[in-house]
Design a protein around this ligand. Structure first.
Ligand code: NIG
Ligand code: FE
Length: 429
């Protein structure tokens, strides 16, 4: 959402050398991947102009040329491995308050309904987020963005969904837009006003969705606040039959769709396919027929291991989805309730361990395949013409990155062609 640099502002620089650069070039969008398919370039540099990769080639040659042309050289110490900056394609990073009580109650055996009755659940975050003034909400979001950037995430999706009224949803989406103007991070916002029917709404579920359709969607369009709609399709939120007209209307007026689908019960992934959604996220409950249907469709299956770890339930059947030929993205689902960890690299590595995914499949899931879930074609691979967003690790082999299950952090992050120095990572929310 930042103003693009003009040609004269677009500085050329050479970044390197990289002992290894895992480019992810040439890999297909869908289906399983073997590590042998990864293209790993050694002793290379990346010549950028502004935020774009111009050339990747032997560092020695590029450095000679750069010196002749007086191009800035950002010289990295030896033993650095670069991978595309990570894309976290599903988060609820805009919220106020904590749900630590839910966590304790869940682990002591309370059910979802009991927790909701005790004042927890999504509604608790709605009340805490509604109480927060926009500037407080924005400061919280910016702090989290800073942490994500240092963790190698260079594109971040952020949902609303803790407002659940026209004015409060607009407040959240305006906060996300305002934050995006103050950070290097590329933010992609999504309206999740259909997270659940709010407890204080005086009317039926269809009436709530009708209100969103008539009062909220036109403002989103008029203000250009977001081009994406999400909904939670679940027995405790919206049934397929209830949500379908809202999604179809949204699609008809130009929104891209993504869904919280098949988290506890099936039904949502079918809605995603019928509506032509970009992605169906969660899918922990998907069985063989849902997996086959997703694989045959163009809908991207997004696994959210952070929610499985947060709730203590099974992982998305990622191996089966890939083997069936689906496109698998992996996102953190960072939220105060079910996924408070907010650490994409750790979660993706753990998903790989439990679901037996190749490193190529995990890396693809948090780079170009995740970018595709956001309809972004300009990032996620390190090749000329793509965005110069790079997570840089201090190691001599890319296998070390996932092997350490999130404990090996990037030492540097290149965002839009500029070095963003990684700082000590504070895990405050
Ligand atoms: O993605 N499943 C629904 N929504 C969120 C949880 C939000 C919350 O509990 O606050 C999710 O897991
Ligand atoms: Fe979510």
């Amino acid at each position: 959402m930042r103003r693009p640099l003009s040609d004269s502002e677009a500085t050329a620089r050479l970044i390197g050398p990289f002992a290894q650069l895992v480019t992810l070039e040439g890999l297909p969008l869908k289906g399983s991947l073997r590590d042998e398919q990864l293209i790993v370039r050694e002793a290379v540099g990346i010549r950028v102009r502004g935020s774009e990769i111009m050339e990747i080639g032997p560092f020695e040659r590029l450095a000679r040329e750069a010196r002749t042309e007086k191009i800035e050289i950002v010289e990295l110490p030896g033993g650095r491995v670069g991978v595309p900056g990570f894309v976290d394609a599903h988060t609820h990073s805009c919220f106020a308050g904590s749900r630590a009580r839910d966590y304790a109650l869940r682990n002591s055996g309370s059910t979802y309904l009991e927790i909701a009755k005790a004042g927890g659940g999504i509604w608790d975050s709605v009340q805490q987020t509604r109480m927060a003034p926009p500037e407080v909400l924005e400061a919280l979001l910016l702090k989290r963005i800073h942490r994500f950037l240092n963790a190698g995430i260079t594109t971040l999706e952020v949902k609303s969904g803790y407002g659940l009224s026209v004015s409060e949803e607009l407040k959240m989406l305006r906060v996300i837009r305002s934050a995006s103007e103050k950070t290097e991070m590329d933010l992609v916002s999504t309206c999740l006003a259909a997270h659940t029917c709010p407890k204080d709404f005086q009317g039926s579920v269809p009436e709530y969705l009708q209100l969103l359709e008539t009062e909220l969607l036109p403002v989103l369009i008029a203000e250009g606040l977001t081009s994406r709609l999400d909904a939670f399709v679940e027995q405790s939120a919206f049934t397929p039959r209830e949500i379908m007209p809202y999604l179809q209307k949204g699609k008809a007026v130009g929104f891209d769709l993504t869904l919280h689908a098949d988290q506890f019960t099936t039904g949502g992934s079918g809605v995603a396919i019928t509506c032509g959604a970009l992605s169906a996220d969660h899918l922990e409950a998907s069985g063989p027929s849902e997996i086959q249907a997703l694989a045959k469709s163009e809908v991207i299956a997004t696994a959210l291991p952070g929610a499985s770890l947060g709730l203590g339930c099974g992982f998305t059947p990622s191996r089966a989805l890939l083997d069936a030929g689906a496109c698998l993205a992996i996102a953190s689902d960072y939220n105060p309730g079910s996924a408070p960890m907010g650490d994409l690299l750790t979660q993706a590595a753990l998903l790989g361990t439990f679901e037996k995914l190749s490193n190529a499949e995990v890396l693809a899931g948090i780079t170009f395949r995740a970018a595709a879930a956001l309809a972004l074609k300009d990032r996620g691979r390190l090749v000329a013409g793509q965005k110069a967003d790079i997570a840089v690790f201090q190691t001599d082999h890319y296998n070390e990155i996932l092997y350490h299950q999130g404990q090996l952090r990037p030492v540097q992050v290149v965002k839009n062609g500029r070095l963003h120095l990684s700082k000590a990572d504070s895990h405050e929310s």
